[in-house]
Design a protein around this ligand. Structure first.
Ligand code: WT7
Length: 667
């Protein structure tokens, strides 16, 4: 077999991220696992012809799922495609909260558990569909009483508590647009997002618990609120046990439980057009500023509903657990909207997987009899490192299907997951998708697909993907850039407030009809997709998307920094780690203390997830004669690789020195 990396670079001049040893191994993977006959027999979908049927008439295929949902008024046309703008289910009217709640409470499901929640300190709550419905209606009335109207933006900055899902569904109920900001983000990240969306209400909490410590969300929010003139009201959920200090600003801040006390139960769901905005979710891109990805109501619901139903093969008695935080798109689509639209029982856990011990997740699986378990490769690699004794302490035999999401899964982790969590009996669905795609795009169907460890296998029925060369030629077998060649219901409808960037970022590489994912991928000779990581300046650290430019701007914002270049390097558990090359200003002496200060500064500016793992001080950064920083070289240095061609450098000596410095800093 040819070296996959060479193969790839011949197609993608700028597939600049080095292919890690894990990915090289992944491309040599030749094991495969077919689902058991029993699993296939009972699966939600087990007819392999479904792919061909869906491809023949994708609009009809999606329409059939739409018909399983509740519409106030049916659509007249399934799709209107004016590249790159798509409208799905034209003329259709619906409300997504009614689809997640009202539809179920009219049936026996009213008393079925919707959420089984555990807080990190050990507190537990179960909400039935009826409980959830009541509380969503009440909070919808609270939002109305605070002046929130259809189309208004509401920011949510919360720990992983049921109230976060309640607030999202309440926004959807009154037609307000939610913008969830992950609770690990900094005050500045929060205020930037609030201001970009001009949100009028912020829902937050006193705090949350993480690895035994308090995350003081309201305190961080208070700092953000100094710079957010659009916010009129702040609602504060009391999550803590009175151990989290909170300042309440009279007139602006309100306790959630006080407002809920008197809120009426009755709140009819707003009639929403299929294309009315449902939410904005910010994600990192190739520029310094995160993009507000816009999702609308009808198509998004159909996408989440269909993929949850088929990929996770949901049965009425399943106990489904997606470990993602709701602050990311995985939580939006596969903790809240997808599973609730299916009437599923969803487990939620607030805290860290190793608190108080490294078997916390397995304890939860056993306690609640989890049957479908969905997590990220970075978590699986941590479990591997902690050792098999932790899952072995628990009865995990309830699990029947497992998923992986967020980054490429290395075959070793796949096999470990299969054996030690799945007991060797459960299909694994490795699901590829993005904030922008709204729902799963490339995935096995557990009752159909023979899986290969490390491959996300095939596009979901009704989804058209291709591997393209830089010029736009389709690659039948081999590597290239992953593209989506037809519109799909849950696709993003734009970048909030920036229509031009929507076009240039996603729909310009091969013309207006083809969506560029930003990922490199390879198709093997059986047509299986193998995802190879980003080809742009976006990194994936522990399954979280981080823009190198964002971290660079945070670094140069520090008064002692002159210039910074951030690259990713392979990391055993996190997939990628952040290496920052920094030049300091005249008269400043680099030191270990300064490196720590810079790491803290980035965490303070963006959030702990963006804290650089390495800071490498350098007198200069390697640049081309035209002044562009040569990131590829920096990556090679950070990876400890042999350096390639440096002849295009303005000053080749810079690199040799840097490499030397990097190696000595590693000790
Ligand atoms: C990027 C999207 C949508 C899930 C959470 C991340 C990478 C995601 C996989 C996978 C290989 C994957 C891609 C993608 N990614 N899932 N199964 N195999 N890579 O959403 O933050 O929008 O990041 O995550 O690089 O572009 P996101």
């Amino acid at each position: 077999m040819r070296n996959p990396r060479e193969e790839l670079s011949s197609y993608t001049a700028e597939m600049s991220d080095p292919v890690s040893p894990e990915i090289e191994a992944l491309l040599k993977e030749d094991r495969s696992f077919a689902p058991s006959e029993e699993f296939c027999r009972n699966a939600a979908v087990n007819d392999p012809d479904i792919y061909a049927k869906a491809a023949k008439d994708p609009e009809r295929f999606w329409e059939n799922f739409a018909k399983e949902l509740e519409w106030i008024q049916p659509w007249s046309t399934v799709l209107e495609w004016n590249p790159p703008n798509a409208k799905w289910f034209i003329g259709g009217k619906l409300n997504i909260s009614a689809n997640c709640l009202d539809r179920h409470v009219r049936t026996w499901r009213r008393n079925k558990a919707a959420f089984i929640w555990e807080g990190e300190p050990g507190d537990r709550r179960t909400l039935t569909y009826f409980d959830l419905y009541r509380q969503v209606c009440q909070f919808a009335n609270v939002l109305k009483s605070l002046g929130v109207k259809k189309g208004d933006r509401v920011a949510l900055y919360m720990p992983l508590v049921p109230e976060l899902a309640i607030a999202m569904l309440a926004c959807a109920r009154v037609g307000a647009v939610h913008s969830v900001v992950f609770g690990g983000f900094s005050a500045e990240s929060l205020s930037d997002r609030i201001n970009d969306a001009t949100a009028t209400v912020l829902v937050t909490a006193d705090g949350g618990y993480r690895r035994g410590a308090i995350v003081p969300l309201k305190q961080v929010a208070d700092e953000a609120l100094e710079k957010t003139p659009s916010i009129k009201h702040v609602v504060v959920v009391k999550r803590g046990f009175g151990d989290i200090p909170v300042h309440i600003k009279e007139g602006r801040d309100h306790w959630y439980h006080r407002l809920m006390q008197d809120a009426p139960y009755d709140c009819p769901a707003e009639v929403m057009d299929a294309e009315d905005m449902l939410y904005i979710l910010y994600t990192s891109g190739t520029t310094g500023k995160p993009k507000g990805i816009v999702h609308t109501t009808g198509g998004y619901l159909v996408g989440c509903y269909a993929t949850t139903k088929w990929v996770f093969d949901l049965k009425e008695d399943d106990v489904y657990w997606c470990t993602a935080d709701i602050g990311w798109v995985t939580g939006h689509s596969y903790v809240v909207y997808g599973p609730l639209a299916n009437g599923a029982t969803v487990v939620m856990y607030e805290g860290a997987p190793d608190w108080p011990r490294k078997d916390r997740l397995w304890e939860i699986v056993e306690r609640h009899g989890v049957t479908v378990f969905y997590t990220a490769p970075t978590a699986i690699r941590a479990f591997m490192k902690w050792g098999t004794e932790w899952p072995a302490k628990h009865d995990l035999s309830s699990i029947r299907l497992m998923g992986s999401v967020g980054e490429p899964i290395n075959p070793e982790a796949w096999i470990w997951y299969h054996l030690h969590i799945g007991g060797g009996r459960c299909p694994i669905v490795d699901t590829w998708w993005q904030t922008e795609t709204g729902a799963i795009m490339i995935t096995p169907l557990p009752g159909i697909t023979r899986t290969k460890p490390g491959s996300a296998t095939h596009a979901f029925p009704g989804i058209s993907t291709e591997i393209l060369t830089d010029k736009g030629d389709a690659v039948a077998v081999g590597g290239g850039l992953l593209a989506v060649t037809k519109p799909w219901p849950s696709m993003l409808r734009g970048i909030y407030g920036d229509p031009d960037r929507y076009v240039t970022q996603y729909w310009s590489r091969w013309g207006r009809e083809i969506y560029f994912t930003g990922d490199g991928a390879k198709k093997d000779d059986e047509g299986y997709y193998w995802l190879l990581g980003r080809v742009d300046d976006v990194l994936n650290v522990a399954g979280h998307r981080i823009g190198t430019m964002e971290v660079e701007s945070a670094l140069v914002d520090h008064p002692k920094v002159a210039e910074a270049a951030v690259v990713g390097r392979t990391h055993e558990i996190k997939g990628q780690a952040l290496a920052a090359f920094v030049t300091v200003k005249e008269g400043i002496t680099p030191s270990e203390a300064l490196a720590d200060e810079l790491k803290r500064h980035v965490a303070q500016k963006i959030g702990a997830i963006a804290r650089p793992d390495d800071i490498i001080f350098s007198a200069d950064l390697p640049k081309t004669r035209s002044g562009k920083i040569m990131r590829r070289l920096l990556r090679d240095i950070a990876e400890g690789k042999a350096l390639g061609d440096t002849t295009t450098l303005a000053d080749p000596a810079v690199v040799a020195k840097l490499k030397e410095q990097y190696e000595s800093s590693e000790g």
